[in-house]
Write a protein that binds this ligand. Sequence first.
Ligand SMILES: [Zn+2]
Length: 462
Amino acid sequence: MGDILIRDAFIATMDGSRRVYPRGSMYVDDGRIVEVGREVEAPWSPEYVIDGGHRLVLPGFVNVHSHLQQYFRGVYELIGDFYGVNLPLEGYRRPEDMEWLGLASCAEFIYGGCTTSMVIYTYPDGFASAVEEAGLRVVLGADIEEVDLERLRKGVYEYLPEKGEAAFKRAVKLHRDWHGRGGGLFTTVMAPKAADLAMPETYLKCSEFAGEHGLRMTTHLSQSWRECQQVERLYGKTPPRHLHDLSVLDDRLTGAHCTYATEADTRLIAESGMGILHCRGVRNPLVRWLDMGIPVGLGTDDYFHDVLQLLRENLAGQRARARAVGGAFGMLLGDRTRARPGFYELLELATRRGAEVLGLGGEVGSLEPGKRADFITVDMLNPFLTPTKDPLTSLVLYGSSGDISDVVVDGRLLKKDGSLVSFKMAEALVRAQGRVEEIIGRFFEDHPGQGERWRRMVPYME
Ligand SMILES: [Zn+2]
């Protein structure tokens, strides 16, 4: 791993003091940031020099909640039958498909500047091999659920302990095979899927395993009304209260969404130290969570892993929400500098605060000496971004993944001057497209009645 010197760039460290160096330099050696500041000299001639006249440099994005479902784009959006098409189709992916599908996912993460992603997925082994080739930093979890999805489709919860057992074994194997690999690029997490989909014993087993191995836990929490109803029916409680009473609601746990958390749930979450993984939900009181001191990070969740787009969706969604409920922004409309969430605040959630939520705050998320060298550079010299008096605001409002010039993880260049260099992106995408066609073909063989429906609803399908 060679050393890297960046000079004369706009460096936003995203550290706790919000330090920015408008004409700054940064020196990276052996995968770590050695120095960042106004004037930094490399001790010898560095292997790679980035002359940053028009570059913005900031920590890589930390994507705190994502799955690998984006392969069936154009199907999900147009057919939209989650239990009838989406979920069964997922089941047609074979582990051997994941070599190319996994690389396609890695391409998406890297291209958009995600240097760390937490990825929860049923069969993560093939994906982990792709991640290793691509060079990303990941927190990986094999999700554990034990309901019969075929019956759930008809609204019936039937728990299959053997399904939960098999999923738990996959999670343990994932940990044994991958945790700590790649010089620490891989971390694993225990991921019982949700309180309506995994039984209390499974949460406790995961918690015990996590405790023994120093791991964290993650789950979907108060994500859907159906989940809340089922948990109420089984235990007479809300999902956060249920997990609290099981003693798993604590600062080692992160919960995705929390859309249907009640006022009492939110106070319970704040007291517990649990982190919230917020994605797009307009119902979610993001600003309030932040003001209550709840650790929050941002995740892309399902079909589209573009963090800049996610920031804009949150900007629009949260401000629309505030107006709709007559909240803070409604009162502050006359003063744009105080509007929440702010541009900088969103970037913090997508970098340092996201890393903190995942327990990686000591290693990544900001540009500070001693931290791992995970960063991106943005080429500001394009007509959507320049001229500007505030590069960070412009990036949030008008930037796109294509503007991200370099992506560096652990001191290794994965994207250079706008192109992926750790593997051949075009080949991965073409091969992944072939796999998707083949998977859908097999799905049709078993569901001959679906063909006509698909052709009607997906206009360009051959
Ligand atoms: Zn999710």
